[in-house]
Write a protein that binds this ligand. Structure first.
Ligand code: NAD
Length: 379
């Protein structure tokens, strides 16, 4: 027996934020970051709460790749405020922080008999899909830990494209490649199903159709809406099918060298596709056939499985090049000495990452190390 869970109600499209105008609650706790305050997005949310007579408190101290100290601070504030509504407004870092704060508060404290507040996630990047996933990624020292629990699934996800127009090109590229990686990894995962496949296939097409427009014309609202939807759809795929070793390797790279999550995925993705497909061997695995099918559905040359896998890799590299993304880990500014000094540690983290067991091809320490070496050199 298998399961496919779809939890949040999704409000999407222009003016989706107006959903907040119909809310009823006593006390809201808004988790966000300084950029959201600066862009006036936090005010957009709190104005609507004020109009509804809902008291609120704002916690805006979440940085990218939140660590345990941000969660502990958030727990203290949320505990004192006792909200019946939690709103996360920001990128994946903010949404993950809100999830971890709620999870920790309700699971580790005696107040866990409190009613769980309504939880609304409002993503302002089109990348992680965190608004529909039961995952939260939190840093502990230099390791990214992946918490997985359905408790963290939001009740409502609000996808308003107006909130992503301000994402600068480099972050649009990073987060967009994160969407592609979620879809690709869910599609070849050992836990993939007809349901996750449908979503992954759609997300891949939306990324190839609209990411470049979002990157080149940030205020292109229709392209932004398509990428925002793609991010959410890919999130629905991978929260059910899980992910693979691109994410395992990217978590460790991000934890140790602070490479932004989507960029880390982009640097590793094609090497992992070639590995999973066994491109330089028989190239006849189920994963290879699935990559080739995706290539074919994108209209790329795929007369043989090998040609399809190769076309997909080339198309991903073209997409990255058109957005001026780095070609190698070295290009991101990580020195060779530093990289090799931390290689064994990163391989260890990647091996025990919760995304590794669902990778379509089983992997050992040596193979993970080889993938890192390839991505460092960009060959
Ligand atoms: P992010 O949330 O770290 O944001 C990146 C930067 O973009 C920040 O400086 C932020 O302030 C800024 N930003 C956000 N929205 C903006 C906007 N509208 N305009 C201008 N700037 C804006 O980046 P992210 O890629 O969304 O999230 C990355 C985090 O999410 C990582 O920690 C990653 O491991 C995690 N993650 C979680 C999941 C999940 O399912 N929970 C999945 C993938 C990744």
């Amino acid at each position: 027996m298998s399961e496919f869970l779809i939890k949040p109600k999704i409000q999407f499209g222009t003016n989706a934020l107006d959903f907040l105008s119909g809310l009823t609650a006593r006390r809201a706790f808004v988790v966000t970051d300084k950029a959201m305050v600066k862009f006036g997005f936090a005010n957009k949310v709190t104005d609507k709460l004020m109009q509804r007579g809902i008291e609120f408190q704002v916690y805006d101290d979440v940085a990218s790749d939140p660590d345990i100290s941000a969660i502990v601070s958030g727990m203290k504030m949320m505990d004192a405020h006792y909200p019946d509504l939690v709103i996360a407004l920001g990128g994946g870092s903010v949404i993950d922080a809100a999830k971890a704060v709620m999870y920790s508060l309700w699971h580790t404290r005696k107040e866990s008999n409190r009613t769980k507040p309504q939880f609304i996630a409002i993503p302002t990047t089109s990348g992680t899909g965190s608004e529909v996933t039961s995952f939260s990624v939190i840093k502990s020292r230099s390791e990214k830990l992946v918490l997985v629990d359905e408790f963290m699934l939001p009740d409502v996800a609000i996808l308003d494209p107006e909130l992503v127009k301000s994402v600068p090109p480099a972050i649009t590229a990073d987060t967009g490649m994160d969407v592609l990686c979620h879809a690709l990894e869910a599609y070849v995962s050992k836990a993939a199903s007809d349901f996750s496949d449908a979503m992954a296939e759609k997300a891949v097409k939306l990324v190839f159709g609209h990411l470049i427009d979002c990157h080149h014309q940030g205020d292109n609202l229709s392209a932004r809406e398509k990428m925002h939807n793609a991010s959410c759809i890919a999130g629905m795929a991978f929260t059910n099918a899980s992910l693979g070793i691109t994410h395992s390797l990217a978590h460790a790279l991000g934890g140790v060298f602070h490479v932004p999550h989507g960029r880390a995925n982009a640097l590793l993705m094609t090497h992992v596709v070639a590995f999973n497909a066994n491109l330089h061997g028989d190239c006849n695995s189920e994963a290879a056939k699935r990559y080739a099918y995706l290539a074919q559905s994108l209209g790329l040359p795929a007369n043989t499985v090998k040609e399809g896998v190769t076309s997909l890799i080339v198309a991903i590299n073209v997409l990255k090049d058109e957005m001026g993304m780095p070609k190698s880990i070295r290009d991101t500014g990580v020195s060779e000495t530093d990289f090799y000094a931390r290689l064994t540690e990163m391989v260890g983290q990647a091996l025990r990452d919760s995304c590794t067991p669902t990778n379509p091809r089983d992997v050992n320490t040596h193979q993970l190390e080889t993938l890192y070496r390839q991505a460092f050199a960009g060959v």
